[in-house]
Design a protein around this ligand. Structure first.
Ligand code: SAM
Length: 282
């Protein structure tokens, strides 16, 4: 059986008794036109290895294979999905490898060859954690060329938010520090089975060859975590534990210590992280 001859996803779900489990964030996409549209947002995946987290019954997986990927590595927590995924693997010989387990605990790198892209309709419970890990590896450029990911719309807006907006925060700074990020399109709850409570959105992040401004990623990450943890407070208060004389450091990089985190640009956060690094070295 070829990929095109596989049965409709509703039949697959029925045949394998895949009743959606809320605890696993299971909201399935059953429209292959839609999964094809998501796969194409990744921009030229033919010949690439693709990492997919949470394939479920395999709608997006089928589309990724149909777009000519060299290999799809799919990590799925729910063992009930394995027989459905095995049918897809049979229809695309040697191109789909499935690992069963928690994506937070599995290192996919030994199973992938560059160039690599990540495409996933992420489970809401681990989506942000995975994104932060992919954005803050020890070495840059990272193992991935791009990330094409489905999130709740609210999370997608945080990734692309600019200073001064309510959505601007740690995710915006970490994403924009080393990638170009944009929202591709939104999906209403009815696009999924069962429909979630919220609207979703697909985000595309293209890795930059190097960070937009110089900064030590670990210090930057620490600075923004502290600053946005108490986002209503002035920086001189929220960053108190960062350095003994934090007000002075803020002033040396031209940031008024009375400002709040949501007004500080990426460039300013990077300059602050560099100043923190310098003052720790002296
Ligand atoms: N990709 C499928 C689709 O688009 O229809 C399913 C997407 S559904 C939103 C999320 C999937 O992630 C589910 O199949 C769920 O079982 C799986 N999942 C949940 N937590 C996971 C984890 N920690 N590691 C790997 N997969 C997980």
């Amino acid at each position: 059986m070829s990929l095109e001859q596989l049965p409709p996803l509703r039949e697959v779900i029925e045949a394998h008794g895949l009743r959606a489990r809320k605890s696993l964030g299971q909201n399935f996409l059953l429209d292959l036109n839609l999964t094809g549209k998501i796969a194409r947002q990744a921009g030229g995946i033919a010949g690439h290895d693709v990492l997919e987290i949470g394939p479920g019954p395999g709608g997006l997986t089928r589309s990724l294979l149909a777009e000519g990927t060299r290999k799809v590595l799919a990590i799925e927590a729910d063992p009930r999905c394995l027989p459905a995924l095995a049918e897809i693997a049979e229809a695309a010989p040697e191109r789909l490898e499935v690992l069963q387990g928690d994506a937070l605990k599995i290192d996919p790198l030994p199973y992938l060859k560059p160039p690599i892209k990540v495409v996933a309709n992420l489970p809401y419970n681990v989506g942000t954690e995975l994104l932060v890990r992919w954005l803050t590896p020890k070495k840059w450029p990272p193992f991935w060329e791009s990330l094409t990911l489905m999130f709740q719309r609210e999370v997608a807006r945080r990734i692309v938010a600019m200073p001064g907006s309510k959505a601007y925060g740690r995710l915006s700074v970490l994403a924009q520090f080393r990638s170009d990020a944009h929202i591709c399109f939104e999906l209403p709850p009815q696009a999924f089975s069962p429909p979630p409570k919220v609207t979703s959105a697909v985000v595309h992040l293209q890795a930059l060859p190097e960070s937009r401004y110089p900064a030590d990623p670990r210090i930057l990450s620490d600075v923004v975590a502290r600053a946005f943890n108490q986002r209503r407070k002035m920086l001189r208060a929220s960053l108190k534990g960062l350095l003994p004389e934090v007000e002075k450091t803020l002033e040396t990089v031209g940031i008024d210590p009375k400002r709040r985190a949501e007004t500080v640009s990426l460039q300013e956060f990077c300059a602050l992280a560099e100043a923190v690094r310098n003052s720790r070295q002296t």
